[in-house]
Design a protein around this ligand. Structure first.
Ligand SMILES: [Zn+2]
Length: 182
């Protein structure tokens, strides 16, 4: 059994600690080599410092059944991997952009607490991520009829339709166990 890439909340993260001996390392495929290796902290939605992820270490220090020595993370689905912005704030910005002329207008409306340059960068990253996103979404649900002329906005409508959620990025990460922007 492989460990999860994303879990819903901190309780689930802590609740998984008893299972690590039953998991195979996602890096080398060896069984029962994983040790919990602390937490990664960052700001949550309320600007409080909280756990973002747990780090696991595939121990190469044992004589019998050594692992690969690699590290990986189990993340909370409300976090966007390698980004400070949380999934809900990013989604609010993208939904706003769906109905606005420009990223700048969406940024003015949503006020994520991040710079306008960050907002433009996230849309650019979405553009790089779109092929993978489309590939994952298509088997799940056909794209809805859209009046969008911008393909990227059409894709966001597809995501909105597939998950019918205010938390589409979070739901996406939980459903596919795959990181946004990856
Ligand atoms: Zn390993």
């Amino acid at each position: 059994m492989k460990p999860p890439v994303f879990v819903e909340d901190i309780e689930s993260l802590l609740g998984n600690r008893g299972f690590s001996k039953l998991w195979v390392c996602p890096l080398c495929g060896r069984f029962s080599t994983l040790n919990w290796h602390g937490f990664i902290y960052g700001y949550d939605d309320d600007a409080e410092v909280d756990i973002r992820a747990a780090r696991l270490f595939c121990s190469d220090r044992r004589k019998s059944n050594p692992g690969c020595g690699g590290c990986f993370c189990i993340r909370l689905s409300r976090q966007v991997p390698l980004h400070t912005v949380c999934a809900s704030a990013l989604w609010r910005l993208l939904v706003s952009w769906l109905h606005r002329e420009s990223v700048h207008q969406a940024w003015l409306e949503v006020r994520t607490g991040f710079s306008v340059e960050s907002a433009y960068r996230w849309v650019k990253q979405l553009s790089h991520f779109q092929a993978r996103l489309r590939e994952l979404l298509l088997p799940l649900r056909a794209p809805p009829k859209s009046k969008q002329t911008d393909a990227l906005k059409g894709l966001l409508e597809h995501l909105q339709d597939a998950f019918e959620s205010q938390r589409a990025i979070q739901t996406f990460q939980m459903h596919f166990q795959f990181g946004w922007f990856k």
